[in-house]
Design a protein around this ligand. Structure first.
Ligand SMILES: *Cc1c(COP(=O)(O)O)cnc(C)c1O
Length: 242
């Protein structure tokens, strides 16, 4: 696995998708999803110029962030439990996975105590998959105004995880629906919502064509996560424990 080569390949594919959609590549931000990857992988990615990293577990992020350069930006992309909110507010510069009013209220309450403001995205379960977190599309419209009224939170946009498909073209309607939902939320807000976080290793090109402003890429950049864990464990001399 060659990180520099993977990154160059990704950047070429991002540029090609932008060209097809007549978009400026600078309007699509690449998040390196570093969950399951050791700090060394993050440092290597940072050395190649990547600045935005995504984690899905607060505990893992907390440990990793302390072992990585201080100028990186970290965002939460996994389901957040209320007992992890305080740590999440400390670790991350944005939380992409706000999926209920109760969670938003708890984040707002704790952010107020810490005298800070937290940018968030609302996660939408567009396809209604039972195995996934996120607001049902109707609920996000119903609750948008109430979440937005929370003084310590700033809603910057929407996020979704599309169903897995070996044929990314099949999930295009999911991305399109998130873009349309954003427009409806913008009408409720009366102002633009800049962020549309959608697209992963298997489907980011279609997401870009449908308007993604932030794509979250893990395996296409770092390689498989299980392999990364095994390598790290082997390096630490614990291969028998994996
Ligand atoms: C793991 C994960 C990703 C990255 O997935 P890859 O397929 O490895 O690119 C993106 N978004 C979320 C929310 C994830 O949990």
């Amino acid at each position: 696995m060659d990180l520099a080569e993977n990154l160059a390949g990704l950047q070429a594919r991002i540029a090609a998708a932008c060209a097809r959609a007549r978009r400026d590549p600078r309007t699509v931000e690449l998040m390196a999803v570093s969950k399951g990857q050791p700090p060394a992988a993050v440092r290597a990615a940072a050395a190649l110029g990547l600045r935005l990293f995504g984690e899905n577990r607060v505990q893992e992020a907390k440990l990793k962030i302390g072992q990585c350069p201080g100028h990186l930006r970290w965002q939460m992309i996994g389901h957040l439990q209320s007992n992890k909110c305080r740590d999440a507010l400390q670790c991350f510069s944005l939380i992409q996975s706000v999926d209920s009013l109760a969670l938003a209220e708890e984040l707002n309450r704790l952010a107020d105590k810490m005298a800070k403001t937290m940018p968030i995205l609302l996660e939408v379960n567009v396809a209604g998959e039972g195995s996934k977190f996120g607001y049902p599309p109707k609920a996000v419209l119903a609750e948008f105004a109430r979440v937005n009224a929370l003084r310590r939170l700033e809603v910057h946009g929407l996020m979704t995880v599309a169903p897995y498909s070996p044929t990314p073209e099949r999930v295009r309607p999911v991305f399109r629906q998130l873009r349309e939902l954003r427009e409806q939320c913008e009408q409720i807000l009366g102002a633009p919502l800049p962020v549309l976080s959608m697209g992963m290793s298997g489907d980011f090109e279609v997401a870009i064509e449908e308007g993604a402003t932030l794509i979250r890429v893990g395996t296409a950049l770092f390689g498989a996560r299980a392999a990364a864990r095994k390598e790290a464990a082997a390096a630490a001399g614990e291969e028998n424990e994996v």
